[in-house]
Design a protein around this ligand. Structure first.
Ligand SMILES: Nc1ncnc2c1ncn2[C@@H]1O[C@H](COP(=O)(O)OP(=O)(O)OP(=O)(O)O)[C@@H](O)[C@H]1O
Ligand SMILES: [Mg+2]
Length: 241
């Protein structure tokens, strides 16, 4: 029996009110895949991620999760079905402590289950153990991204959708984020959808990718082939030819 794609997008047209941003976008994300979305500034990468999570207006087309049509269901229902969306900024509660953030992330869980999940994620992100009573705003940018990942992991989603998690981070911090993604896939069997401005970094670790240009799919295929495509890379991704 063949497995349904984790996410299947067909001929999607979406935007904000009357601002039509995405045009006829189709893609498939397989289970346990690292799927990359790249493209120039303003090409619609964030809009696509938001659309997958139900935050924009869909004019036509469909989004399916494991074969189930979710095009018209609200974000909280998608979260319940196993989608986690991590926006670039504002993905932790700055004024709350790390411990409080972790509890907030799992507020729908039973107390005993929440405790167990927090214990588990602290094993995955051990640096958080020393930071439990620190306010999230005192963490470094990289640590905040890792806290956001830990918060998402508490709900045990099937799919993690990241919007530029390494933006503004030093290479070492960016690598730590990427390593945790690879771990999520390898050890936890999670599916990753990653929007990145650092196209090289993302395409090196990705399985498949799309290139968005002005809201349309300009490339769809293997991440490694897009990385090797001198013309597209130079024209749209700032990669050296
Ligand atoms: N809330 C909104 N209302 C109307 N238009 C919007 C809104 N958010 C974004 N846009 C427009 O949608 C287009 C795509 O924006 P989007 O943020 O998806 O691009 P992006 O590829 O993520 O860009 P970046 O690389 O800068 O993050 C842009 O023209 C932008 O101005
Ligand atoms: Mg964006």
């Amino acid at each position: 029996m063949s497995e349904a794609p984790m996410i299947e997008v067909r001929e999607l047209n979406a935007g904000y009110g009357r601002f039509h941003i995405l045009f006829d976008v189709s893609l498939e994300v397989e289970p346990r895949e690292i799927f990359i979305i790249v493209g120039p500034n303003g090409s619609g990468k964030s809009t696509l991620l938001k659309t997958l999570f139900g935050l924009t207006k869909v004019y036509s087309g469909s989004v399916k999760l494991e074969g189930r049509d979710i095009t018209r269901i609200p974000p909280h229902a998608r979260a319940k079905l196993g989608m986690a969306y991590l926006p670039q900024v504002g993905n932790v509660f700055a004024e709350l402590t790390v411990a409080e953030n972790l509890k907030m992330a799992g507020y729908t869980l039973e107390a005993s289950e929440l405790e167990e999940r927090i214990r588990d994620v602290l094993e995955v992100f051990p640096f958080l153990k020393q930071k439990l009573n620190a306010k999230a705003k005192t963490l470094s940018g990289g640590q905040r991204q890792l806290l956001a990942m830990a918060m998402a992991l508490i709900r045990e989603p099937k799919v993690f959708m990241f919007d530029e998690p390494t933006a503004g981070l030093a290479p070492k911090a960016a690598k730590e984020i990427i390593d945790k993604m690879l771990w999520l896939r390898k050890e936890k069997g999670k599916t990753i959808v990653l929007v990145e401005q650092n196209a090289k970094l993302a395409l090196e670790i990705g399985d498949r990718a799309i290139l968005l240009v002005s809201g349309r799919v300009a490339y769809r295929g293997k991440a490694s082939e897009l990385l090797a495509d001198k013309e597209l890379g130079k024209k749209y991704l700032g990669l050296k030819g």
